[in-house]
Design a protein around this ligand. Structure first.
Ligand code: PXP
Length: 242
């Protein structure tokens, strides 16, 4: 098994700051290029249905200008499917989306939404886009991902990041067990949500995990130390954990 652990930098919140003033800056594409220069293996962007941060124009520019793969996070809607098929990103991560939520709260119900997700996964796969399903670290969801033929799952680390003590250890074990189950069944495992310098190492040490997608913390920390050094430090922590 390869020991590689890729870092996908999510640049959504550069766009959040830009959109707060309706200005043209800060530019998320500039942030993506800088992140790639400092060790990001890929760039992740979530085109939300309400376009609260990343816009259609950002996706068009990211699709044309990045030197590393683009992972498009998207809700399971016809509109988003059309956008993905038009831009053909390297990967599309299907996430649950509710307009009133602050961020992606909880994973996709891959089991309960099989009939919605099956044709969507097939169309994305047919366009050579690597499909990933953002799910809770739950065996039932992994079995559902298998039935959908998803080559990748991204395990939601949000709960792990919010807990502490024994409860956090138990959640970490749930993530490790889910990663092992998915990998044993030939599914590539990614993880993300809520990861920081302080909580990333135990997740990065799970041997089956191949990619972490990290955004909010990195963009916030970049205010103090600059995006390049912050991406480099996250990369170093991930490498040390392997
Ligand atoms: N992975 C997925 C599927 C997400 O939806 C998000 C948040 O947009 C992330 C990773 C990154 O989470 P955070 O911004 O908390 O690092």
């Amino acid at each position: 098994m390869t020991n590689e652990l890729r870092l996908g930098v999510n640049i959504d919140h550069v766009a959040t700051v830009r959109n707060a003033r309706g200005s043209g800056y800060p530019d998320p594409v500039r942030a993506a290029l800088l992140a790639a220069e400092h060790g990001a293996d890929g760039i992740t962007a979530h085109l939300r249905e309400d376009r609260r941060h990343i816009t259609d124009a950002d996706i068009a520019r990211l699709s044309g200008e990045l030197p590393v793969p683009l992972n498009l996070e998207m809700a399971a809607t016809e509109e988003m499917l059309g956008i993905a098929l038009r831009h053909r990103p390297h990967a599309a991560c299907i996430v649950p989306e509710k307009r009133e939520e602050r961020t992606t709260e909880g994973g996709l119900d891959a089991a309960g939404q099989h009939n919605l997700l099956a044709p969507m996964c097939a169309e994305l796969r047919g366009a050579n886009i690597r499909v990933s399903l953002f799910i809770e670290p739950d065996p039932a969801q992994i079995e559902a991902a298998l039935r959908l033929g998803a080559p990748v799952v991204e395990l939601h680390t949000g709960r792990y990041c919010e807990l502490d003590g024994e409860a956090q250890v138990a959640e970490l074990r749930r993530i490790a067990d889910a990663a092992a189950l998915a990998a044993k069944n030939g599914i590539e495992v990614h993880a993300g949500h809520g990861l920081t310098f302080d909580n990333v190492v135990p997740i990065a040490a799970i041997p089956q995990i191949r990619e972490l997608n990290i955004g909010h913390f990195l963009i916030g920390e970049a205010i103090f130390d600059g995006l390049g050094p912050v991406v480099k430090r996250m990369r170093a922590l991930m490498d040390e954990a392997r």
